[in-house]
Design a protein around this ligand. Structure first.
Ligand code: GLN
Ligand code: ZN
Length: 761
């Protein structure tokens, strides 16, 4: 009986890695301190999987920042601007690439497939001198071995590495990334040879790009790469792991015909049609690593149903060739349910986090081998039944209202040009109006106040007083900086989704259900377990309080339905769009209450709209239709003079630009500064866009302070493409992770740049 885990969260059950990293970055602890925390985490994860009975335990799924950056380090593909001079890559170079340093900005970061995990995008050109520059994979294998755990080292497969890269500056249009395959394979060979010498019996190559829509040239690269590696790989069992979607028939054929490969890892949770491919043709004598336990969600597995699936597969691939696995790395789920002290027992019985999923995988493997733990299976079956029938899950009024939305359209009465005119009469803004995205720095003091209020350690009055003071500070600062459209700074919010989820019904919250987002940053997604409704206004008090402190327009600040959906753990018992429509109706009520309270500008963040885009093109249109519709539902009822903003993180908009236009917001602010103008190129290519737009003028992910000249330069580039009267000036995203010492000079330079350009128009 065999069980396997694709990958495991690195942060630790209480985010130990986060705190160690941040303390190291702040020079409060040494490299050795950080290494010690990391080694302890790795060790406890390996031991835990071994104790659970997992046969194929992964190594090298730990990372100090990101596994793709680790691969970049392994290959020595450091962009020249980081001044690396060869040798083993150390923390200095590694973290400079990840986070930037005083003189050089960070490398670009982008979302990992359709998850909320971000990876550092490799930048590759024809002149990269690849060299074996990080021995991490081998070191981790040896480290586990020394602890008595024989692991499967995991490497990002060479083809996925290249397909996830971007061409270096200057060769964007001309360079074929796959042409680098012959240059990186020698490094992979060195790594494989070392792993073999260290005693590895298996190696896992993650090739998730195989689930994308690939052309024959790209598929051919997989064939070529593994043929080239075949000799080096001989003597090893080789697992090619794919995840996040179905494989096309062509990709499946390519995968199962790869030379030197002995095992295929397939996602059977998202890949609902993959099973048919397996049944129709599975190569004799090869292993199937069947990903039946969902790595992307927190629901307990329906063990009886999985067991039936596995038994059917066993009949196809053979008893000793079936390995029970997770659908993808558990990186995308929460770490351990054991630390959830606040969830009630009923909801808890419906859930499984990474640590519990490890146990589920093993229980399924044992059951397949005829050693079914009856008590475990019975408990699981009764939890499944309780979730199906619980009255906490259903709200008939909500279901009716959401059902009534389908089929009809929801749009504002007037077109955007007329609305902008009406709004300008009311708001009277200068050209190139300045604004920010919403949050201001979250100080330790602020976090303490929120924590103490939550724990009933301070009274509501004291809490309100403290938050009001903070809002006043933020308002005064913005007036002093002479920003045109103000924000209240979001001091009352822990997180842009959690804050709303806590006030909506149908949501549950964890205390430690953190999932890595990028680097040391984690999010704690709410769990949507039931029908969603809004018992009472959520933001009106704070927004109107803030508006009363200034004559300038104060933006109401909401999170949009698609983002709430995409950043939550969602129900798997109804389609995503059903849940999204329910959230949209709740946000619509809030928008209308803000308008009634005299808020003239309302921002509805859809930071995560793009990342919910399905991986396969064939599913795009359907998603975009209901996602954009959900957004419009939220604000179709406001007057012309109410200005609706939206904000999006992520810059690869080329593929959804028409959806963005169809959202019909009055103003959109978009992350832009880390992506070298990808966004502007869309407009350069002639897309007609009549609404206001604020492409971020500086990167907020980095502590670096941009100069006035630099920002003015960026705005000038935008002015060359976009019409003056629609351009807004704002940072890339919210400022909550930054410090005031960074935010003040950066915003002051931003406003100076806008003013400078106004004089030149
Ligand atoms: N309004 C939010 C903030 O500023 C937006 C954050 C985001 O887009 N991720 O924090
Ligand atoms: Zn953002």
């Amino acid at each position: 009986m065999a069980s396997h885990i694709v990958g495991y969260p690195r942060m630790g059950p209480k985010r130990e890695l986060k705190f160690a990293l941040e303390s190291f970055w702040d020079n409060k602890s040494s490299a050795e301190d950080l290494q010690k925390v990391a080694a302890d985490l790795r060790s406890s994860i390996w031991q835990q999987m071994a104790a659970a009975g997992i046969k194929y335990i992964p190594s090298n799924t730990f990372s100090y920042y990101d596994q793709v950056l680790d691969a970049t380090s392994m290959l020595g593909a450091v962009p020249p601007r980081y001044g690396w001079n060869g040798g083993e890559i150390g923390f200095d170079t590694y973290f400079s690439m990840a986070r930037g340093n005083a003189s050089v900005p960070a490398m670009e970061m982008t979302k990992w497939f359709d998850t909320n995990y971000h990876f550092i995008v490799p930048e590759l050109g024809p002149d990269v001198n690849f060299s074996y520059a990080s021995h991490k994979a081998v070191d981790e294998y040896k480290e586990a071995k020394a602890l008595g755990v024989d692991t499967i080292p995991v490497l990002i497969g060479p083809v996925s590495y290249l397909l996830l890269s971007k061409p270096a500056k200057g060769v964007e249009k001309t360079f074929s990334l796959l042409s680098l395959l012959p240059k990186i394979l020698p490094i992979y060979k060195e790594v494989i040879a070392e792993l073999k010498a260290a005693g590895a019996l298996w190696v896992q190559f993650d090739e998730p790009t195989l689930v994308l829509d690939l052309d024959s040239h790209q598929l051919q690269a997989f064939t070529a790469a593994y043929a080239e590696l075949e000799t080096t790989l001989s003597g090893l069992n080789v697992l090619i792991e794919t995840y996040f979607a179905d494989l096309t028939a062509e990709a499946y054929k390519t995968l199962t015909e790869l030379k030197g490969v002995t095992a295929y890892g397939l996602d059977l949770v998202r890949g609902t049609q993959t099973i048919d491919l397996i049944k129709s043709n599975f190569p004799k004598g090869k292993y199937l690593f069947a990903g039946v336990v969902d790595g992307r969600n927190i629901w307990a597995n329906d063990l009886a149903s999985s067991l039936r699936t596995l038994q059917a597969l066993e009949a196809v691939v053979g008893k000793d060739k079936l390995v029970v696995s997770t659908s993808c790395s558990l990186l995308h789920t929460a770490v351990d349910l054991v630390n959830e002290t606040k969830l009630d027992d009923e909801i808890k019985s419906w859930l499984a986090f990474a640590a519990q999923k490890v146990v589920e995988v093993n229980a399924l493997a044992e059951a397949l081998a005829g050693q079914k733990d009856e008590a475990f299976f019975t408990a699981n079956a009764s939890a499944q039944a309780s979730r199906k029938s619980s009255p906490r899950v259903t709200n008939e009024a909500v279901q009716k209202a959401a059902a009534a939305l389908k089929g009809s359209d929801h749009r504002r009465a007037t077109n955007v040009t007329a609305r902008l005119d009406a709004q300008q009469k009311k708001l009277n803004l200068p050209v190139l109006p300045t604004t920010t995205i919403g949050s201001f720095p979250q100080t330790l003091e602020l976090r303490r106040v929120r924590r103490e209020y939550k724990a009933n350690k301070i009274s509501e009055d004291d809490y309100v007083k403290a938050i009001k003071e903070e809002i006043k500070k933020v308002v005064d600062l913005q007036e002093e900086l002479d920003i045109d459209v103000l924000v209240h700074g979001e001091p009352e919010r822990n997180d842009m989704v959690e804050y709303f989820g806590e006030q909506l019904s149908g949501f549950a919250f964890t205390v430690n259900g953190w999932v890595q987002s990028y680097g040391s940053r984690c999010v704690k997604p709410p769990i949507i377990y039931g029908d969603v409704s809004r018992p009472k206004p959520m933001t009106v008090f704070w927004s109107s309080t803030a508006q009363s402190m200034t004559k300038r327009p104060m933006k109401g600040m909401l999170t949009g339905p698609v983002t709430i959906l995409n950043w939550s753990f969602v129900r798997n018992d109804q389609p995503r769009f059903e849940t999204c429509y329910q959230i949209a109706l709740a946000i619509k009520d809030e928008v209308e209450d803000l308008e009634k309270a005299g808020i003239n500008v309302i921002q509805i963040d859809e930071a995560a709209l793009r990342e919910g885009l399905p991986l396969r093109k064939s599913e795009h249109a359907f998603y975009q239709k209901w996602a954009v519709h959900s957004f419009r539902i939220t604000n179709c009822g406001v007057q012309d003079i109410t200005q609706i903003h939206t904000h999006m993180c992520y810059s690869n908009f080329n593929d959804i630009i028409h959806s963005i236009i169809d959202m019909d917001a009055d103003v959109i602010t978009i992350e832009n500064s880390r992506s070298d103008e990808k966004l502007l190129s869309v407009f350069r290519e002639g897309v007609k866009y009549g609404a206001g737009i604020g492409p971020g003028v500086y990167d907020i992910h980095s502590p670096r302070i941009p100069s006035t000249e630099e920002i003015a330069d960026r705005i000038n580039k935008m002015l060359a493409v976009l019409e003056t009267n629609i351009l807004w000036v704002n940072p890339d995203c919210g400022l909550k992770t930054r410090k005031y010492a960074e935010v003040k000079p950066a915003l002051s330079n931003m406003v100076a740049a806008a003013k400078l350009l106004r004089t030149q128009l």
